[in-house]
Write a protein that binds this ligand. Sequence first.
Ligand SMILES: O=C([C@H](O)CO)[C@H](O)[C@H](O)COP(=O)(O)O
Length: 215
Amino acid sequence: MNIQLALDRLTIPEAIRLTRLVESDIDWIEVGTSLIKEFGMDSVREMKNAFPHKTILADTKTTDNAKYEAEISFTAGADIITVMGTAPLITIETCMEMARSYKKRVMIDFLNTSREQQESLLAIEGAIFCLHISKDEQELMGERAWKNNQTAAGYLTAKHTIAAAGGITLDSLPQLLASGIDIAIIGSAITKADNPSNVAKQFRKLAKGGAFINE
Ligand SMILES: O=C([C@H](O)CO)[C@H](O)[C@H](O)COP(=O)(O)O
């Protein structure tokens, strides 16, 4: 299992400083939507400059204007961009096409998609699929637990690369690991920890049980 560190609600220097503390225990770096909204593509550019050897995901959460958003993200140094599963199919397909031409990847965010939508999106070859409990669901509705119907066996097949995001903690990671998730996206549990380096080490230790994904 790969660990993707999600950097949100930080300044760029804070994001760099924090990532340096945990660098050896995480695989991918996510430049969070909040950083992109606050600092634009400079946040992606600066993270790629600071960590050129790491896979950088720009959490653009694209829902429209796919060609433009993919282009500015990939040229800023993103290796992966995100597109919402609820976006028009043409937007998702354009992200896939742009990723192919830049030799990069796309993560399709399943936030607020129905099971039916998810099943049809799973036919898109080469994409990474992300099960997601949103910040608002976590903070305003108290939805923190991963339900079995989100991670049910049979749904997560070996042929798909599946990520999970949203309030993942050291307590919930084993359940996700057991369900076959390939990428655990972890934000606050590390970034808000008193000792991020120590917590990242514990995540790494737990995640070691699973297989790692090539970039
Ligand atoms: O995608 C995310 C969220 O929508 C905020 O932009 C985060 O990457 C994801 O939630 C992981 O962060 P934590 O929930 O803090 O672990």
